[in-house]
Design a protein around this ligand. Structure first.
Ligand code: NIG
Ligand code: FE
Length: 436
């Protein structure tokens, strides 16, 4: 206690003289009038798998204290005294802020006209073959200056904060040249620095083949390995590496080569797999110790067995299935087989133009037959695990970063995915600071 008081004081004096707002971070804040605190965990739980996913620890009539941007304590009944600031939760539920482990939210412009073509009958792959799809976004991104790309992406980052997201993974993959991939990743890093979001970045040079490499795909793989990766590594722009390993995109062999090269730079894989077919992507991911394999609409018993013996978490993206009118990943079968499941938004201009994680929870329940507790774990602690953030994010845990979403007054957590069209997030606290 003596140590805490001392360190808080010395921090406040030094920081206050540098920046007046730094002082605020040292205050003790108290959240009161909480109907339920949901998503409490002790710090030994890295993720939830199988039947653990249907368990959520809830405390009724609660309070939470925040100090130096971290969750200091929580409890029920009479709150402690001595807070510098009191936040009224308005009888709402306090949840861990959402952890969105798969997005492409740095992109230029939008592709709504292409979607009209899709509605008129063209398939996703046909649109891609005609130079639409990812290549359309790449062309636009290459023409967009970094400053403008940041401006457009910041709007999306602020939007997801307002919807309750506190940590997000952001991929490159619309640059497709060393220079433009680096530009995307710098923008993603800057979002992490200039907003209260925790950002993890992923290098996805292997998102699509540029038109000039259509007939010499291996030459593009060489470019990724020999030119892009060294730049990304030299500037420390990425935390992870991704490949779109699927039918019509990168083969298993090409994926292996890229992941092996990434591993030489210390980049762990988080890959796009089995979205369009039983592509071997899941096996390739597990073989290369991927942190997550993502999409997985085409997953059978063989793939489930392979995942069971690994530390790789399936990250499912029901927003893409909704938007593309495709089948959903078999979440129910995965959980019943004992696997952990994370849910993420896939926020991108082509297959899922939304970063609304509460809607993702609803899709998990409505379309994938997941239970409310399962979808809540999938977008919090399991999402954190899928970004390597499970020690600091994804639950209400003493010592974790105070990233919390407070709902409007609602009957209980089952109401969250059920009320699929309502924004129930009333207040968002990130790093202990009120965001809205
Ligand atoms: O995750 N599947 C590959 N990439 C994205 C789609 C990107 C796009 O169409 O722009 C996805 O769905
Ligand atoms: Fe994606």
């Amino acid at each position: 206690m003596t140590f805490e008081t001392h360190s808080a004081k010395s921090y406040s004096i030094t920081s206050a003289s540098i920046h007046p707002f730094s002082y605020l971070r040292c205050m003790r804040k108290l959240i009161v009038n909480i109907s339920e605190i949901a998503g409490i965990l002790d710090d030994s739980v890295p993720r939830k798998a199988g039947s653990e996913m249907s368990e959520i620890d809830i405390l009724s009539n609660g309070w939470i204290t925040i100090k130096d941007g971290l969750i200091e304590d929580y409890g029920t009944g009479t709150p402690p005294e001595g807070a510098d600031e009191t936040i009224d939760a308005g009888s709402g539920i306090v949840l861990p802020a959402f952890c969105d482990s798969h997005t492409h939210l740095v992109f230029a412009g939008s592709r709504e006209d292409e979607y009209v073509h899709k509605v008129m009958g063209l398939s996703y792959e046909e649109i891609a073959r005609r130079g639409g799809g990812i290549l359309n976004s790449a062309k636009l991104l290459q023409q967009t200056p970094e400053k403008e790309l940041y401006r457009q992406s910041l709007v999306r980052a602020e939007e997801i904060i307002s919807l309750g997201t506190g940590a997000v993974e952001i991929k490159s993959g619309y640059g497709l040249t060393a220079e433009d991939e680096a530009k995307m990743l710098r923008v993603a890093r800057r979002i992490g620095e200039e907003t209260a979001l925790t950002v993890r970045t992923t290098f996805l040079g292997a998102h699509s083949f540029p038109a000039e490499y259509r007939d010499n795909r291996d030459a593009y793989v060489n470019l990724i390995i020999n030119e892009m990766l060294p730049v990304v590594a030299a500037e420390n722009l990425a935390d992870y590496i991704d490949v779109f390993c699927d039918r019509g995109f990168f083969s298993v062999e090409q994926t292996e080569r890229i992941l092996e090269a990434g591993a030489r730079y210390g980049l762990r894989p988080k890959i796009h797999a089995n979205e369009l077919d039983y592509s071997g992507g899941i096996q390739t991911g597990v073989r290369n110790d991927a942190l997550s394999v993502d999409h997985l609409e085409f997953t059978g018993e063989e793939e489930i067995e392979i995942l069971k013996g690994s530390d790789t978490i399936p990250a499912l993206l029901p927003g893409a299935s909704l938007f593309l009118g495709m089948q959903y990943a078999p979440a129910r079968r995965m959980i019943d087989s004992g696997l952990p499941v994370a849910l993420a938004s896939d926020y991108n201009p082509g297959s899922s133009p939304s970063g609304n994680m509460k809607l993702i929870m609803s899709l998990g329940m409505i379309m994938m037959k997941m239970l409310p507790a399962e979808v809540l774990n999938a977008v919090t602690i399991n999402g954190a695990y899928a970004m390597g953030l499970e020690k600091t994010h994804g639950s209400v845990t003493r010592g974790k970063i105070a990233n919390l979403a407070i709902t409007k007054p609602i009957p209980g957590i089952n109401f969250i995915p059920y009320a699929y069209g309502s924004n129930l997030v009333a207040q968002v606290i990130l790093e202990g600071e009120m965001q809205l």
